[in-house]
Write a new protein. Structure first.
Length: 286
């Protein structure tokens, strides 16, 4: 019997996951409502099939892969159709949300009768010749996703409750994307103060691996900054209101908001970030 998996939504990660699933014989459903023509074209190229909420609810597995700020709303919208479905899907929240948020989403899904799995995706969208990204999953129903290993996904089960996978995702993203935010903030400050060349020279001499990482991470971050704003706030929430480090990630969110706005308006800080990264690369390669 053909496995049917709904992937919501057909963004960069969702459509790439769908393509890999399709290559392994999976029937992949999605929804196009409110999506740009570019997104619709990308989804169609990945073999995704447009479906109604009722059809989504009848899938074997639902993978929720949306921006963090949309995760709760998606669960609320699908709760009714899932409740009405005769055969219940496994609902998998794959979003970059904190433990409290994923527990709230689990609470929305629980009355529907569907099984719920917490998932954290770590890595870039699937590409030909690669195994990743990794889907870390947790919760009592995590074992029900073992079939995903047979259809091209790198699935790793965490021995823990709902929330464990999201805690891992928050922790990993806090280090990984937090480093990028720190690098961008200091690169901008150094450039405005005229110390960028000296900073690059010192990093090349004493921290070449750090400089090499910034060369890759800073330009790659710019088109994604708008998506990282909510994720940084989820990390701040993960740390909790009494942890002073939460302010660090609120600051990261505000920085990414600024960078996203600069990208839209053609602000000078985009050119500064790119120049810092490119100048560093030339220095290291020379």
């Amino acid at each position: 019997m053909t496995l049917t998996i709904a992937v919501i939504a057909p963004g960069a990660m969702g459509s790439a996951v769908a393509r890999r699933l399709g290559e392994h014989g999976v029937r992949v459903l999605t929804q196009f409502a409110g999506r740009s023509q570019a997104t619709v074209d990308r989804a169609a190229a990945a073999g995704m099939i447009a479906a109604s909420d009722a059809e989504i609810a009848a899938a074997d597995i639902i993978l929720s892969i949306v921006p963090p700020g949309e995760a709760v709303a998606l669960a609320e919208r699908l709760a009714g159709p899932i409740t009405a479905a005769v055969k219940k899907p496994v609902f998998v929240d794959c979003n970059a949300v904190n433990v409290a948020t994923v527990e709230a989403i689990a609470g929305i899904i629980a009355p529907t009768g569907a099984a719920f799995v917490d998932a954290g995706i770590i890595g870039l969208p699937p590409m030909p010749g690669t195994k990743g990204p990794v889907f870390h999953v947790s919760g009592a129903a995590a074992h029900r996703l073992a079939c995903l290993r047979d259809v091209g996904l790198d699935l790793r089960v965490i021995d823990g409750p709902v929330g464990a996978a999201s805690a891992l995702k928050m922790s990993y993203a806090g280090i990984n994307k937090g480093f990028t935010a720190l690098g961008a903030a200091i690169a901008l400050a150094a450039t405005r103060a005229g110390a960028d060349a000296a900073l690059r020279a010192e990093l090349a001499a004493s921290q070449p691996q750090m400089l090499a990482r910034l060369e890759r991470a800073l330009p790659d971050m710019i088109p994604k900054a708008y998506r990282w704003v909510a994720e940084m706030r989820e990390i701040s929430g993960f740390l909790g209101p009494d942890d002073p480090a939460g302010l660090i990630f609120e600051g990261c969110a505000r920085l990414f908001e600024h960078i996203a706005k600069e990208k839209e308006t053609g602000g000078e800080d985009i050119a500064r970030i790119i120049a810092f990264a490119e100048s560093g690369r030339v220095r290291v390669d020379a």
